[in-house]
Design a protein around this ligand. Structure first.
Ligand code: ATP
Length: 339
């Protein structure tokens, strides 16, 4: 029997589960999808799951644990997984888990995350703890805003104070320098088995309503009832980067991984994403890191131009995860990638 046949790849039905499960099947694993009632249709319809557990509440995942362990399941987390379960609950999961759980704490704490990126030598937007110090355009982000809802841009302190009136009582926010440029989300993979950094692809997000404002002329925007930009994600658009930026992209990925090894061994591994804005001077400014698969990899179920260059076969991020798990099993090093 092929060794990996003993294991099953499991995830929650949302975010990038189609890609994770399809990739796992392509690598020869059986798959399990855990879905909320009413959300199981895509996973049945696209036939990516060998088994589907339908639950009423994500808390039920804990009661399923023993069953999942018996099935030799390996959970692959994604952003919705962490959002639904919460960091503390995810940390306490007993089922085998792909990734370094210690990173969760890091990434969910804005200050630690910022230090991590800065210590890795990345350019990050300036933060304003005191709004009176605002001396350039800023974006105010509310924690747990659910996809950038309510984020607003202000040009100076007076403008900020005026706009904040709509958010009376809100305490949990950051005021960040607004970087004028184009957004670019960089998809990486780091393998602790081969010590290689891979660039799997790029995307930009399609956000409502900010991505439609350019379709309304400034004259009409002024004439219409007040429109506040929001950044609610509705999809992802594939992107290929100017080739001369790639050396910097590889360097940034490596630096973030090396820094993470110092901060919480064995450090960050598997897929991760640097969320950046690229300025007209081609400076890449990173405003956030996601330490796992991002939904921006979903356009590449059949691989991206970069994974095609490297693998010469369809290789999504989901499949790359499954390949890593398979390699680890074959080398007898599963403990290196699963906790
Ligand atoms: P996530 O889902 O990745 O945790 P989010 O959806 O809550 O985050 P962000 O990704 O932080 O929100 O930002 C939402 C939008 O605001 C994106 O379009 C991003 O490009 C833009 N943005 C965020 N920070 C900055 C910044 N400092 N300068 C310019 N644009 C920014």
């Amino acid at each position: 029997m092929v060794q990996e046949k003993k294991y099953k790849i499991a995830t929650i039905g949302s975010h990038s589960a189609l890609q994770i499960l399809k990739g796992a099947k392509d690598e020869g694993f059986e798959t399990i999808c855990i879905c909320l009632k009413g959300r199981d249709e895509p996973y049945r319809n696209f036939k990516v799951a060998d088994k589907i557990y339908v639950i009423d509440d994500y808390k039920e995942l804990f009661t399923l644990q023993d069953e999942l362990i018996k099935e030799n399941a390996i959970i692959v987390p994604h952003a919705s997984f962490i959002a639904y379960m919460g960091v503390k609950k995810t940390e306490s999961i007993k089922v085998a888990y792909f990734g370094n759980k210690k990173i969760l704490e890091w990434e969910s704490n804005r200050n630690i995350e910022r230090d991590w990126l800065r210590n890795a030598g990345l350019k990050v937007p300036k933060l304003f703890d005191d709004p009176k110090m605002i001396d350039r355009p800023v974006i105010t982000k509310f924690h747990g805003a659910g996809g950038g809802k309510g984020y607003f841009i202000a040009k100076n302190y007076d403008d900020w104070k005026e706009k904040m009136k709509a958010y009376k009582g809100e305490q949990d926010y950051v005021i960040q320098e607004y970087i004028v440029g184009v957004p670019c989300y960089i998809h990486y993979f780091y393998s602790p088995l081969t010590d290689e950094i891979e660039v799997l692809g790029f995307d930009k997000r399609y956000e409502s309503n900010v991505d439609s404002l350019g379709r309304i002329s400034a004259r009409d925007q002024i004439a219409l009832p007040k429109i506040d930009p929001s950044y609610v994600i509705v999809g992802n658009i594939p992107l290929v980067l100017r080739e001369s930026l790639l050396p910097q992209v590889f360097k940034m990925g490596r630096a973030v991984v090396e820094e993470s090894k110092k901060l919480c061994p064995p450090g960050l591994f598997g897929p991760f994403c640097l969320e950046c804005v690229i300025t007209p001077d081609t400076e890449i400014v990173c405003f956030e890191i996601s330490a796992r698969i991002v939904a921006g990899t979903n356009p590449y179920v059949n691989g991206s131009p970069y994974t095609w260059l490297k693998y010469n076969e369809p290789m999504s991020t989901g499949r790359r995860i499954a390949r890593e798990i398979k390699l680890a099993i074959q080398k007898g090093e599963l403990k290196k990638v699963v906790q």
